[in-house]
Design a protein. Structure first.
Length: 450
């Protein structure tokens, strides 16, 4: 038999498998199309409906708040710097070798506590010398006084010249002056000896040591031995515009205590509470501001010198004022207004006049009365006469969480389905040619062998 003639038994199986492969491919495409349609329909159902602006649009979901009464504070905000009420640089009053350091860096010390000791031997010797000189001159004064008494008795009898008496009086006065000078020298030596024991002049916290043990210190040292800073109480210096000076001065003149709070850089965390003490005697002409000082007990040590803080000064408090949340304030063509929730589940535009703001609360001067309900959430697409449905603030959080979960689930499902479909389709498409090729090759070999 001619080897070039194709065997029908070899060609026929390949031709019969091609239609089955195409049918499998078309089936896979159809399944993917169905899955894509299901995903699209699911996303359309999960997407929030677009709010319409027409009169016949569906009701809008809003969160209301009831207007009430309460106290609201009139506060002034400023930037301040923490300043210690007392800072002492400990320096030696005498010259000598540093023999002892009686503190640890960061220690809390009281007034009169020992800080350091200087070699006292030279000053002890000086004190002893001064006392010896004083004793000698006191003996000379006593002898001169005895002679003066004798001369005075003889002078009454005209036994000595008056010149001798006058000379003796002058000599006694001279010895008295010498004794007074000696006594001053003794006191000076005693003071210098006390300076050998350096003590703290204030209550405060010890900083980092500037001089090590064994160094020769003098009164002219620039850095000194150490710096002690008072932290309890502590003050904050801050500035306010000169326009606020009259209001602050009036309150202080009335004897009012103005509470002052210090906050961190972000202004969110309260560090300490204190009160305003006083203000400067002149206005800074370059900035148009006045400097003020507030004092804080600082028991928790949340304030440190040179720290930057935000200051909130409570100038006054409006009692029993009509208040509302700042979230309900709207601004537009009518000016400042709110959306008032009516009894028929509709809203109307209500112009309001607002006063001072204290945190997230604002004072309402006119336009609203206690008991009115206003919209504080969901007012973005409202208009006059729009219908609304009331929901609570918790519903908003739950809805957001549910929407987020649905979106994450859909995304995960899409990715999972696409990966599975791709892997499955590639496996089928890749397997058939290999199998067919393998079979053809095997049959060809068989044919050749035959």
């Amino acid at each position: 038999m001619d080897q070039h003639v194709k065997d029908p038994s070899i060609v026929a199986p390949e031709q019969t498998k091609r239609p089955s492969r195409w049918r499998g491919f078309l089936t896979g495409c159809l399944v993917l199309a169905v899955l894509a349609g299901i995903v699209w329909w699911t996303r359309q159902q999960a997407a929030p409906p677009q709010a319409g602006g027409g009169r016949n649009a569906g009701p809008m979901s809003i969160v209301p708040e009831t207007i009430g009464k309460g106290d609201i504070g009139v506060s002034l905000n400023a930037l301040g710097t923490v300043t210690s009420l007392a800072t002492a640089t400990i320096r030696s009053q005498i010259s000598g070798y540093l023999m002892k350091i009686d503190f640890k860096e960061g220690d809390e010390v009281k007034k009169g506590d020992l800080i350091a000791e200087i070699d006292s031997r030279p000053y002890e010797a000086t004190l002893a010398q001064a006392k010896g000189t004083l004793a000698r001159d006191e003996a000379q004064l006593k002898g001169a006084q005895v002679d003066l008494t004798r001369y005075q008795g003889l002078a009454t009898q005209n036994a000595v010249p008056h010149q001798t008496l006058d000379t003796q009086v002058a000599l006694v006065a001279q010895y008295q002056g010498t004794v007074e000078a000696d006594r001053a020298a003794v006191k000076s030596a005693e003071v210098n000896l006390q300076y050998c024991h350096i003590v703290s002049p204030i209550n405060g916290r010890v900083g980092l040591r500037q001089v090590d043990l064994g160094n020769y210190v003098t009164p002219g040292d620039t850095n000194g031995l150490v710096v002690i800073t008072q932290l309890e109480p502590i003050s904050v210096l801050f500035t306010l515009p000169e326009d606020n000076l009259q209001a602050v001065a009036k309150r202080l003149k009335e004897g009012a205590v103005l509470p002052t709070a210090a906050y961190d850089r972000s202004g969110a965390n309260k560090l300490a509470e204190g009160s305003l003490q006083t203000f400067d005697s002149q206005i800074d002409a370059t900035t148009g501001t006045i400097k003020l000082r507030a004092q804080f007990e600082n028991e928790k040590r949340t304030l440190y010198p040179n720290q930057f803080v935000n200051i909130r000064l409570l100038l006054d408090t409006h009692k029993d004022a009509t208040t509302m949340s700042t979230a309900g304030i709207q601004r537009g063509v009518p000016g400042t207004f709110v959306y008032l929730v009516n009894a028929d589940s509709t809203v109307s535009v209500r112009p309001v006049k607002i006063g001072v703001t204290d945190g997230d609360r604002v004072e309402v001067l006119s336009g609203l009365v206690p008991g009115d309900r206003i919209v504080i959430d969901g007012a973005d697409k409202l208009r006059e006469g729009a219908k609304v449905v009331v929901r609570s603030a918790g519903d908003t959080t739950n809805a957001a969480a549910a929407a987020k979960g649905a979106a994450n689930g859909a995304a995960k499902g899409d990715a999972k389905g696409d990966v599975r479909g791709d892997v499955k389709g590639d496996s089928k498409d890749g397997a058939d040619p290999d199998k067919a090729g393998g079979g053809n090759h095997k049959r060809s070999e068989d044919g050749q062998k035959k």
